[in-house]
Design a protein around this ligand. Structure first.
Ligand SMILES: Cc1cc2nc3c(=O)[nH]c(=O)nc-3n(C[C@H](O)[C@H](O)[C@H](O)COP(=O)(O)OP(=O)(O)OC[C@H]3O[C@@H](n4cnc5c(N)ncnc54)[C@H](O)[C@@H]3O)c2cc1C
Length: 295
């Protein structure tokens, strides 16, 4: 590692001022699970590290008008074990629980999971399927966007120098909806996904047909992405085995995976079709249960 300055502000404005002062040279550190490795490997050489650890107001999980707002410093373990998430967004709590090992989950943060923009990460997939929005601040102001629009390329997001993520907000689950998450990893349980899929299905008021499907895919392109063509196929239909398979086949044509030690690109494409089909079937069943429970 090369020498760098280290700053540990206690207030968000102070952190933003330091980031503005250092421009390209400034780098935020949250859990450090990714950044420290990247610095050791000299992939990044920040002139100044700005620790978020002591910054007040970034570590809360709050209910807001039916939505939940996760502060950027909330750890994966806190999200996994949050009673609020477990009750209202159980699939999101479960997704955080699938990340790496418990040691990693105690360190890695919600903001770090997004800003790192590694397409193999799990939380972005479920957050996209749930329609989450990300809050971004800089010394000049703030902006907010759908998480689905946040990722640009391999390890690259829309974040500009001087900007940091302050929170991610998940809207209330729509009525008559169900969400599923499948992390397919044939090697060990603490690995990154070979293919990850999250699906939200919202049913029409009759409870028989699909009003909207949101399909999010991870580990199969340079960014997490939505299977828009597969989603279109489902609108207005009643899901059955045949349709779930057909949608999986369409999703397969929307991905562009890399060959790596978790599988060849061809294998990941095939597994995308299988996992999308399974995730749709699970989300459909959950949505139907929600309809029955509502009477
Ligand atoms: C061995 C191992 C296994 C893992 N397995 C998985 C897995 O299976 N699934 C999975 O999803 N993840 C997994 N992870 C975690 C994941 O890869 C990242 O390491 C983690 O999400 C980064 O979070 P962090 O808080 O530690 O970020 P840091 O390491 O602190 O930072 C990462 C990047 O994000 C930036 N950053 C951090 N916070 C902010 C912010 N609030 N605003 C702007 N920029 C910010 C930093 O500047 C840096 O560029 C694993 C990690 C390890 C080390």
């Amino acid at each position: 590692m090369t020498a760098f300055e280290y700053r540990a502000p206690r207030a968000l404005d102070e952190a933003l001022d330091i980031l503005e002062e250092y421009g390209d040279e400034g780098r935020v550190i949250a859990g450090g699970t990714a950044l420290v490795t990247m610095m050791r490997q000299r992939l990044v050489r920040p002139g100044c590290l700005v620790s978020l650890r002591d910054v007040e107001g970034l570590g809360q999980i709050e209910a807001r008008d039916g939505a939940v707002r996760l502060g950027a410093l909330v750890t994966h373990r806190e999200a996994e074990t949050s009673p609020l998430l477990r009750e209202r967004w159980p699939v999101l709590a479960a997704t955080f629980g699938r990340v790496g090992t418990i040691r990693i989950r105690h360190m890695a943060t919600v903001g770090g999971a997004l800003a790192h923009a590694d397409p193999n990460q799990d939380p972005p997939v479920t957050l996209i399927a749930l329609g989450a929005r990300v809050e971004i601040r800089s010394a000049d102001g703030e902006r907010e966007m759908l998480l689905a629009e946040f990722f640009r390329d391999y390890y690259e997001s829309v974040l500009e120098p001087g900007e940091l993520i302050t929170a991610v907000t998940v809207p209330p689950p729509p009525e008559r909806s169900g969400t599923s998450f499948i992390k397919f990893l044939p090697r060990t349980a603490d690995d990154y996904a070979t293919v990850a899929v999250a699906v939200t299905i919202t049913l029409e008021p009759d409870g028989e047909r699909c009003r909207e499907a949101r399909i999010a895919l991870g580990s199969v392109a340079t960014t997490p992405l939505r299977g828009v063509a597969a989603e279109t196929l489902l609108a207005g239909t009643r899901l059955d085995e045949h349709l779930a398979k057909a949608a999986g086949e369409v999703a397969k044509s929307e991905v562009d995976p890399l060959d790596d030690h978790r599988g060849s690109a061809a294998y990941k494409r095939e597994m995308t079709a299988v996992m999308v089909s399974r995730a749709l079937t699970e989300a459909w069943a959950t949505a139907r249960r929600a309809v029955r429970a509502a009477g």
